[in-house]
Design a protein around this ligand. Sequence first.
Ligand code: FAD
Length: 557
Amino acid sequence: MPAVKHMKWWGWGVEGVSFHWEDKPAFPAFVKRAMGIDVASPPAAPMSIEQLGVPAPRVSDEVRGRLTDAVGAANVAYDDLERVVHTYGKSLRDLLRLRAADLPRAPDVVVYPGSEDDVRAVLDLALEADLVIIPFGGGSNIAGSLHPEPDEERTVVSLDLGRMNQVLDLDEDSGLARVQAGVLGPDLEEQLGRRGWTMGHYPDSFTHSTLGGWVATRSSGMQSDKYGDIAKISRGMRVVQPGGTLVVRPLPSTSTGPNTREMVLGSEGRLGIITEVTVQVHRIPENRLITAYLFPSWEAGLAAMQEISTSDAHPSVTRVSDSFETQFSLSTRKASKGFSVSSAVGNGLFKLLERRGWDLDQACLSFIGFEGGRAHVAHEKGIVNGIVKAHGGIGLGKGPAVLYDQKKFDTPYIRDFVLDRGGAADVSETAAPWSKLLPLYTAVMENVRKVYADLGVTGWVMCHLSHSEHSGACLYFTFAFSHDGVDPIGQYDRVKVAVQETFIEQGGTLSHHHAVGTEHSRWLAEDISEQGVVMVQGVIDTVDAGRHLNPGKITQR
Ligand SMILES: Cc1cc2nc3c(=O)[nH]c(=O)nc-3n(C[C@H](O)[C@H](O)[C@H](O)COP(=O)(O)OP(=O)(O)OC[C@H]3O[C@@H](n4cnc5c(N)ncnc54)[C@H](O)[C@@H]3O)c2cc1C
């Protein structure tokens, strides 16, 4: 098979890497209190791929022959491991299904095209032989955007773009790079970095997600405050569709509407296969600085973020955790390095804050990022320091922020650790105007705790604000509980529905950056109106009348 990197079939990240609590002294007590989990309890026995009972591939000899003709025998796979890796994304539901050997339908074949001509050949075959195509990037989505419909009778082809991973052209005058859609985050930044450029898109899933996947899910990276989300970064694209190839030229702006670029963003494979994207790139900044702050309350932190968003400072990152996420963050700090509960208490900071009247259980940790020339960074930091002070916050310096920056891509491994010990954890995020954020937050926290009480489970819910815009921001909730072992998916559904319904009731969107998929599609009409769904379905039906492209996602049809 081609040398395309994939994650573990049963969890997050690369084989052999996992979360360890032994060097984090506060973690055992925290996870016991939050979820009732004993870190010393033996983990669930690892499953073998044979235990999944993967359904046999349904592919005629003729289709096998023609797929080989289209991309070469070395780039077509029928084995169980390849097909399982390409069945699900990484949502909690996906992982629980795998652990329950719940695999009603897997792709019948995985195909690795090496060029846009290969993609065209596979799509033309799909139209002629009535096959289904599901484009695959890194498989990191958490919205149920990948799995075939359970009752799909046609042959399902997973089209993995992983061989198409090159920066094709860099227009340095315009700051535009033409890039193949299958490139993973680190490979993209490495190719741009060699020439002194960056795209600046760093989702927490950066290491295992692709440019095409980001566009197809309307992704947002942690530095979106400066670089914009993928909708802003992507200027041009090429999309192989049943009727022809959609070409969106990389213009800085246009009044030609309705906008086809906007239609492809978030289309989750339903409007064709994105083969190339022309993205906005920037010279690597002279300085990159992330600073930590501590606020006396969530309300103070939120008010400060709002003021920063409308100030003359334009930080690259704005993030404040509520007190619950702050406690979680402190529990995962290593004993010996930088800022930790013990070192903070030891150096008297917390005692000083208590003397000043702080309730430390309410303290909220914040990270603000700055990028640019030295004078520019100093100027912006000065503005932010003033705003933080005005809202009662204090600066903690670079120490804790350096640690945050180093471990941000490791945090996802914690979920597998928890899953192995009878726990369930997932996230839901939304965006809403500033005026609605606090009531929305309060309602979500109350409603999740009510569900935990109804279910009789020990659970935790925490939140941070990030991705600030002029008119509002994203609230990102993480929920975790120890399930009863009998019906974890049913229990997860109760919590997830409570969160999502509260988002809609309180004026938020169903997701700020995780897309619709199948996980959020039941709230689509409430989010974009019934007429909005009619328009979206109309575009899908026009482009793909035969439902050959990832059917069932976004609109459930
Ligand atoms: C731990 C974790 C952290 C995460 N953090 C973030 C975050 O910070 N920000 C964020 O935005 N998201 C985040 N996500 C969600 C996920 O990483 C994004 O949705 C990402 O954009 C998916 O990219 P992918 O390449 O993995 O796509 P996949 O999961 O492979 O596919 C997602 C969808 O896009 C379609 N697709 C993929 N490639 C193409 C293509 N070339 N043409 C057409 N359709 C295509 C697929 O058919 C599918 O419908 C996170 C997920 C996890 C598990």
